[in-house]
Write a protein that binds this ligand. Structure first.
Ligand SMILES: N[C@@H](CCC(=O)N[C@@H](CS)C(=O)NCC(=O)O)C(=O)O
Length: 208
């Protein structure tokens, strides 16, 4: 088994969390290198594109969250072998990336600009994406995004729903997912009840 090291920020969510969950679910040991924000400026230059997550496999770096997601999902049986099901899996993960790319810049905005931009997103792109993801879930059987089973796509979407409901994004109402995409919230709860995931968070004392 290759030696794995995941480098990501020190919180339970974001682009790196599906990788942690997938490796844990697959029973793949890895070094969980959690970077404190204060240390990031010093470490940024040492990453392939100045961003995290980065997975090192036997010392060789791999960046870009969805590329890492696909790689670890293939290793852990969380990626469909059927090409169409794999494409559905990618579609959901890339949609979450689209939205993440809209939300993340607001974290670095001054308060007044942040409020305006987040309110705009809460009226526009966020409900639009949640509704479309909700429709995709329904179209693929209602329980999971692809392959009629939990795949890496479910982990990625679930982390988005958790972030939106967590209250860490001021000016975006925490009940937005419940109002516009209730089946996605049920899906999130289904994913969190997976025994390996529930055990992972219980061990870390994290409420989900
Ligand atoms: N396209 C990249 C984006 C990575 C990215 O922007 N990561 C954020 C954290 S989620 C980051 O490293 N931000 C710090 C920075 O850009 O300095 C991916 O999908 O991995």
């Amino acid at each position: 088994m290759a030696n794995m090291k995941l480098t990501y920020f020190d919180f339970h969510g974001g682009r790196g969390e599906p990788v942690r969950l997938a490796l844990t679910m697959g029973g793949v040991p890895f070094e969980d290198d959690r970077v404190a924000m204060a240390d990031w400026p010093e470490r940024k230059g040492g990453t392939p594109f100045g961003a995290l997550p980065v997975l090192e496999v036997d010392g060789k770096p791999l960046s870009q969250s969805n590329s890492i997601n696909r790689y670890v999902a293939k290793l852990t049986g969380l990626y469909p072998s059927d090409f169409w099901q794999a494409a559905l899996c990618d579609e959901a993960m890339d949609a979450v990336e689209d939205l993440t790319n809209e939300i993340v810049p607001t974290m670095f905005m001054p308060d007044d600009e942040k409020k305006v931009r987040r309110e705009e997103l809460a009226e526009g792109q966020i409900p639009l994406y949640l509704k479309r993801l909700n429709q995709n879930l329904a179209a693929h059987g209602g329980r999971y995004f692809a392959d009629d089973r939990l795949t890496i796509a479910d982990l990625k979407v679930a982390m988005l729903i958790r972030q939106l409901r967590s209250g860490i994004l001021d000016h975006i109402s925490t009940d937005l997912p419940d109002r516009v995409a209730p089946e996605l919230v049920e899906h999130f709860q289904r994913v969190m009840k997976d025994p390996a995931i529930a055990a992972y968070y219980a061990k870390r004392g994290v409420e989900v």
